[in-house]
Design a protein around this ligand. Structure first.
Ligand code: GLN
Length: 300
């Protein structure tokens, strides 16, 4: 009898996804099958010879077909891993990227060497990636996370709850700092992080189908040159950041010089560094605010 075991399904699916030029076909096959069967990935291998029932096969077939049309695996299974933490994701928010782990790492290091408790702000939080990863790793940090998308914040709320962080992560709907404006004097942050939409018009047109056709445009497109959000953020960041506090921005690989220039012109920061990701692309800008009353020029 031609029975579909887990082993056979994994081999068939990864072969099919390879033909369809889906990234990481074997891993994708494992993620789809483990989602359908409600198993951990490792359990696929401990149950390698298990024969899979027809009801599961029908579900798998549907998901594999969609994956073959470049629908992202994270949306198909409703979750992904970032900074070794599981996040729920939906098409309402960008899928967390591994490059953003560098920003999270720098945020955690910065906070750990500074006396707490810490007030952190995560702008454009999406599904709550940076807020959750920082709060989970820095127990004396409180995070206020904002996003313009109510739907994305719904997913962020699920993620905060899933990791028991709802007491330390406050989610507010609005554009950048907008939801923080009324009680101005009390919102001073040790760290402000932001992974804004930063894709330029030309880059947006050239995005891969699995990004362009499925991920929210509002989470990707940053205006003609991709820098709109940085410009608007710079207008306001000064009043929200404590002296000696850090601004951490994720940037596109071509935006290092422009964002550095933008921040330098503000005269607000003592140190500005642009750091590369593992692919050797500029990815994270870190700017440390001067001590209060000290003009930036005297520190350089
Ligand atoms: N790095 C993402 C991409 O290449 C863009 C993320 C963003 O705009 N914040 O699709």
């Amino acid at each position: 009898m031609n029975e579909w075991t887990i082993q056979k399904l994994l081999n068939w699916t990864s072969e099919y996804l390879t033909q369809k030029k889906v990234d990481s076909p074997r891993l994708s096959a494992e993620l789809l099958l483990s989602s359908v069967l409600g198993l951990k990935r490792i359990e696929l291998y401990t149950q390698y010879s298990r024969v899979v029932e027809e009801e599961y096969l029908a579900k798998l077939r549907e998901l594999v077909k969609r994956a073959g049309q470049q629908e992202p695996i994270a949306y198909l299974v409703g979750k992904t891993e970032f900074y070794s933490i599981e996040f729920d994701v939906t098409p309402d928010c960008l899928i967390p990227r591994p490059e953003t782990e560098l920003l999270v790492q720098r945020a955690i290091e910065f906070l750990r060497q500074r006396a707490g408790p810490h007030q952190v702000c995560d702008l454009c939080t999406g599904c709550g990636t940076i807020a959750v990863a920082v709060a989970r790793n820095v127990p004396n940090a409180k995070v206020i996370a904002t996003d313009i998308s109510e739907a994305a914040l719904g997913v962020a709320a699920r993620n905060a709850k899933k990791h028991g962080l709802e007491e330390r992560i406050e989610l507010l709907q609005g554009d950048l700092f907008e939801p923080l404006l009324p009680p101005l004097d009390v919102t001073q942050f040790d760290l402000i992080a932001c992974n804004p939409p930063y894709v330029s018009a030309a880059e947006y047109e050239a995005l891969d189908k699995n990004v362009k056709d499925y991920e929210p445009r509002a989470a990707l497109y940053g205006g003609q040159d991709g820098l709109d959000l940085y410009r608007r953020l710079c207008e306001q960041v000064g009043r929200f950041l404590k002296p000696d506090g850090a601004l951490l921005l994720e940037i596109g690989y071509q935006q290092g010089p422009a964002v550095k220039d933008l921040l330098e012109k503000m005269g607000l920061f003592a140190h500005i560094t642009v750091e590369k990701d593992l692919q050797k692309n500029d990815r994270v800008v870190m700017a440390i605010k001067t001590l209060e009353g000290t003009p930036a020029t005297r520190l350089i």
